[in-house]
Design a protein around this ligand. Structure first.
Ligand code: HEM
Length: 359
């Protein structure tokens, strides 16, 4: 009840408008190679190529995961009451303040990796735009990821975001949904955004095991994450007992308490299950929600669409399965209104997922 009320107030409070500046006549860029619907986008092709080749090294690895996490931690720093500039780059420029927020643990390492590229291209692209560009490009080498819209024109950040706006992995489902709800995101959009944890892992939740993936396929943007988190948790890969962590099912993976509870709470369990083995749905809903996130705190009517700069990500060619060593009875079915999809069981010995090689 309270949540719905909050959402309706928001429609007036949060200026999330999707209309971008209309495109001009398609321009051939001065490099003679590329073309873009808006000539302002031409200078970004060199940045794109540098990021894909030299930051991400054409892989869906640690650097790509880091850049995607940075999008979220910058953008969510906005609240209709508390203020903050949202997707403005403040997490990089005012890092001395924002990195003191506990939920930003590990973002120092992210900025160590991404920051030099942000500085290298600061004469071409603002910090807020850069973080979004890097995040969208981080997905290009993750098979199954959508091509996400990208726009430029965010002004320089003016101040650090207020504290306590980034969700913690030990927050309750109502707390998480209310934080996202206060900036206009529905429970469906929250769960869609968590598909990002399909190509992700943790360094700091259990510092004894850096680079521990959240699912068995951390270099692929598939829906295996939604299956793996729905399996009964029985093991800790590392020390266990860390704040924000619960038991996982597959050796070598780590499960966040927040992901575990969102998969089981009556407010979100059916949404969670609806993404299982539905690559088209995860692509379209995650893509739309990530773009919406990139507009938080910004006036989208003054942004210019530069989606031309983003290549089509690699396709997903694998299949989503019950992991080896498990059966359907290991699925902790939580959605009350529809059965869990009948997935094939992957043959073979139980998996031991290796850590994500660190940047
Ligand atoms: C309920 C909301 C969320 C919570 C509580 C949460 C929490 C976390 C935590 C604790 C980590 C591990 C950090 C570490 O120890 O290194 C993590 C990693 C990550 N998160 Fe989230 N997250 C949330 C939503 C999101 C969203 C919306 C995105 C992107 C759109 C995102 C993208 C990522 C990525 C890509 C990583 C992996 C980073 C890496 O491997 O370096 N998360 N998240």
């Amino acid at each position: 009840m309270g949540f719905k009320k909050g959402l309706s107030t928001l429609l007036f409070a949060v200026p999330v408008v999707f209309g971008l500046v209309p495109p001009q006549k398609r321009a051939t860029c001065p490099d003679g190679v590329n073309s873009a619907a808006n000539a302002e986008c031409c200078s970004l092709f060199q940045v794109r190529d540098d990021l894909l080749n030299n930051l991400f090294e054409n892989q869906c690895g640690d650097e790509a995961h880091a850049a995607l996490r940075l999008v979220f931690h910058d953008a969510i720093g906005f609240d209709p009451k508390a203020g903050g500039g949202g997707a403005d780059g403040s997490i990089a420029i005012f890092n001395a303040t924002e990195l003191t927020f506990p939920a930003n643990a590990g973002i120092d390492d992210v900025l160590d990796v991404v920051g030099p590229f942000l500085q290298k291209w600061e004469h071409v692209i603002s910090p807020g735009d850069f973080i979004q560009l890097a995040g969208v490009l981080s997905l290009v080498n993750c098979p199954g990821a959508p091509k996400v819209k990208f726009a430029i024109g965010r002004p320089q950040p003016k101040a650090a975001s207020p504290p306590d706006l980034v969700p913690n992995p030990f927050d309750s489902v109502p707390t998480i949904l209310s934080r996202f709800g206060s900036v206009g995101f529905s429970p469906e959009e929250v769960v869609a955004l968590l598909a990002s944890h399909s190509a992700a892992g943790a360094d700091d939740v259990d510092p004894s095991i850096p680079g521990t993936p959240f699912d068995s396929t951390p270099a692929v943007f598939d829906t295996q994450f939604f299956v793996d988190v729905q399996m009964r948790g029985t093991i800790f890969t590392g020390t266990g007992g860390n704040q924000g962590e619960v038991e996982s099912s597959i050796q070598g993976t780590l499960r966040l308490q927040s992901d575990h509870e969102l998969a089981r709470d009556s407010a979100t369990s059916c949404i969670w299950q609806s993404f299982v083995n539905n690559q088209a749905k995860v692509q379209s809903e995650f893509g739309a929600a990530l773009f919406k996130l990139s507009l938080l705190g910004q006036n989208s009517a003054s942004l210019i669409d530069c989606s031309d700069v983003i290549p089509q990500p690699l396709p997903f060619t694998g299949s989503v399965t019950i992991p080896p060593g498990f059966t359907h009875s290991d699925v902790e079915q939580a959605c009350a209104t529809s059965p869990f999809p009948n997935l094939p069981i992957q043959p073979g010995p139980p998996l031991v997922v290796p850590p994500i090689p660190q940047a």
